[in-house]
Design a protein around this ligand. Sequence first.
Ligand code: LLP
Length: 437
Amino acid sequence: MLMLKEHFSVNSLGHLVVGRLDAVELAERFGTPLYVVDEQRIRERYRRFYRAFSSQWSEARVHYALKANSNMAVVKVLQSEGAGADVSSETELRIALKVGIPGEKIVFNGNYKTQRELELAILNDILINVDSFQELEAIDKIALRLGKRARIGFRINPDIRADTHPYIAVGLRESKFGFDVISGQALAAYKRAKEMSSVEILGIHANVGSQILDAAPFVEEAEKLMKIVSEIKERFGIDLKFVDLGGGIGIPYKPEDRELPPEEVAEKVVGVVRRVVQEKGLEKPTLLLEPGRFIVADACVLLARVGYTKERPGMPDWVAVDAGMNALMRPALYGAYHHIELANKMNQRNEHLVNVAGPLCESGDFLGKDRKLPKVEPGDLAVVFDVGAYGLAMACQHTAQPRPAMVLVNGDKAEVVRKRETYEDLTRLDQIPSWLL
Ligand code: LLP
């Protein structure tokens, strides 16, 4: 069955169209495997997300989570929309600064931030969501040495069960993230920070997980965070300026998935915040949101060339394409579903049962199993949908495969925004030791 999202179309040749460009021509011009990103779609998604929250709560800020796709051009597009950033490594932090996102619009998350990363964050006035007592001590020391006051919030472990893959259900009590609430550690962290000279206590943060298609976990999260916000006000007299709800709104990957509208999440979550602010007489906090997947996932496809097909009587045919788990790891790692079509045969009926595999030497090296496609022939162009988030960002070089190129499309324009890796790139960092020369 054909399931095309509204920003794609099919031309008179039966070819998939991205922006205003024929995907078959893009593959010929730039080679395969190729990630193709639609700039306008990213803009639309950002604007929709931002409007959903800002129309409910005047002080709402969207910090795009770079981990979903940290390509500099993609981040630049979001910077030009006015987005802030959520970063989780030195490189992401530097990319955000480099494309012009000011430090005050960046938040830094993660359970292990190195000394060097903390220094960089403090020097650039980035809001650091502290994940442990030891990290808090380290931050205070570094800030003192630098003659700065570190801007901090605390990541709270929300202890929320969300219906998603266990690897991305990060809000559980047993997960490695955040301060435990039940045992009193969360409040103790604020108490400790209050005694410190070089930190400025500004916020609270949590993240319930990723690829969530139900509003309930976000409502529960807002309730839990706002409860702590009011306790902090009562006990320590501190009005927290930022309430950071993290990311996690999912997208429909399968034809039968239903979307979770950000408007619905915004309305429900803001309802909780508004109620608690009124009941407890709190200052109105600024709400921070850290969407990744929602903004970029469906703006991008992966084009892969069919090399060979083979029959397995009584079973699905095998179709070998030039992109495997190296180019897109999500199917192998999470059993994730990504919809697949033939970009050059969009008008033909999908009636042949196939498994689509990559070129690597592992059984986990597949992009999709038990899929229906038109009769597949060598030279056909497979298209894998919804790969803009955690696609190229998680690609690797297993079996020394070069990572794919990425092209940004804007209407009828297309330019490479990430070059294809080469043999030279892949071997550049290896060295043969002196005794073997
Ligand atoms: N904020 C924090 C602190 C996060 O840890 C994450 C994602 C986000 C925001 C963005 O979440 P999103 O809106 O994209 O759901 N590799 C997995 C997803 C891992 C998500 C990790 N954290 C995947 O391919 O599904």
